[in-house]
Write a protein that binds this ligand. Structure first.
Ligand code: NAD
Length: 280
């Protein structure tokens, strides 16, 4: 049965390393500004988790709470101020935004050198072209998990299920950059199994509970589960039927305790990296 990829443990190790890097920065304290708009409960939870994680590491976090009536231009002004604020090295606008605010305009207003989510087109382009950039946290965290377990994507067939801008697409690009052969599957893919069964590495980033069963994977596959769903009892679960797939896979991430803990860690990682770049 499969080796369990323990995201909590890897995240903890990475956070210890970040503590050392923060110490080395001496007179500079890494600063993260988080903009939270409106009253979305999930957003509030994510933001408070991010703030707590900053606090634990000694990263300064500045929370800017705005009512969902805030205008787009007022929001853009605030982002502009943060772009010019020398105590801030990372700016994050918690999504989703209210309908009257354009997501593209907001993302593009963030200085790419402070875009620690890696959503700005400049960072997306640099991810594709190669070069110094911020990579989106969830897929970058998955790359760190693979590295930790000495799973080298080179020459492997990686099948990414899901093609969102925040997970699926950058995931495929990061794997390609490490010389995997990448296949993307999505909601319009006919006969998902045909593809997933060929995967040496499968990344499930969909949001459908038990979408990936033992029938979808080949013996010895590495199975990474990004999904965050609720089962009938309200318990957190992923896109993968974990109990079935762990019998067949060579390595697998659980939910919870897999990809999730890595995502926030990579946000801290990007913020520290940004502070290092600014202090050079
Ligand atoms: P999304 O809704 O933006 O994208 C879902 C993708 O799944 C789409 O590209 C769609 O084409 C594809 N899809 C839908 N139905 C499909 C099907 N039947 N077969 C194959 N593909 C199908 O979601 P997202 O933001 O990419 O997130 C995906 C999942 O990962 C969600 O459950 C989300 O909660 C979770 N997530 C977890 C973390 C984490 O840190 N653990 C971070 C981000 C997202």
């Amino acid at each position: 049965s499969a080796e369990i990829i323990d995201g909590k443990h890897i995240a903890q190790e990475m956070r210890e390393q970040l503590k050392d890097r923060i110490k080395q920065l001496k007179e500079v304290t890494p600063g993260l500004a988080v903009i939270l708009i409106g009253d979305n409960q999930a957003s509030k939870t994510y933001v408070s988790m991010k703030q707590k994680a900053c606090e634990n590491l000694g990263i300064y976090s500045k929370l800017i709470k705005l009512p969902d009536t805030v205008t787009e231009s007022a929001l853009l002004d605030i982002i502009q101020q943060l772009n010019n604020d020398q105590t801030i090295h990372g700016i994050l606008v918690q999504l989703p935004l209210p309908d009257h605010i354009g997501e593209t305009a907001v993302i593009e207003a963030i200085d790419p050198s402070k875009d620690v989510d890696g959503f700005h087109p400049i960072n997306i382009g640099r991810l594709q072209a190669g070069g110094e950039a911020f990579y989106p946290c969830t897929p970058n965290g998955i790359m760190k998990m693979l590295e930790f377990h000495h799973i080298d994507p080179k020459g492997k067939h990686a099948v990414v299920v899901g093609r969102s801008n925040i997970v699926g697409k950058p995931m495929g690009q990061l794997l390609l950059n490490e010389s995997a052969t990448v296949t993307y599957c999505h909601s319009k893919t006919s006969d998902l199994k045909t593809y997933t069964k060929q995967a040496d590495i499968i990344i499930a980033a969909v949001g459908i509970r038990n979408l990936i069963t033992a029938d979808h994977i080949k013996d010895g596959a590495v199975v990474i589960d990004v999904g965050m769903n609720r089962d009938d009892n309200g318990k957190l679960c992923g896109d993968v039927d974990f109990e079935q797939c762990r019998q067949k896979a060579s390595a697998i991430t659980p939910v919870p305790g897999g990809v999730g803990p890595m995502t926030i860690t990579m946000l801290l990682f990007n913020t520290v990296e940004s502070a290092e770049r600014f202090s050079r």
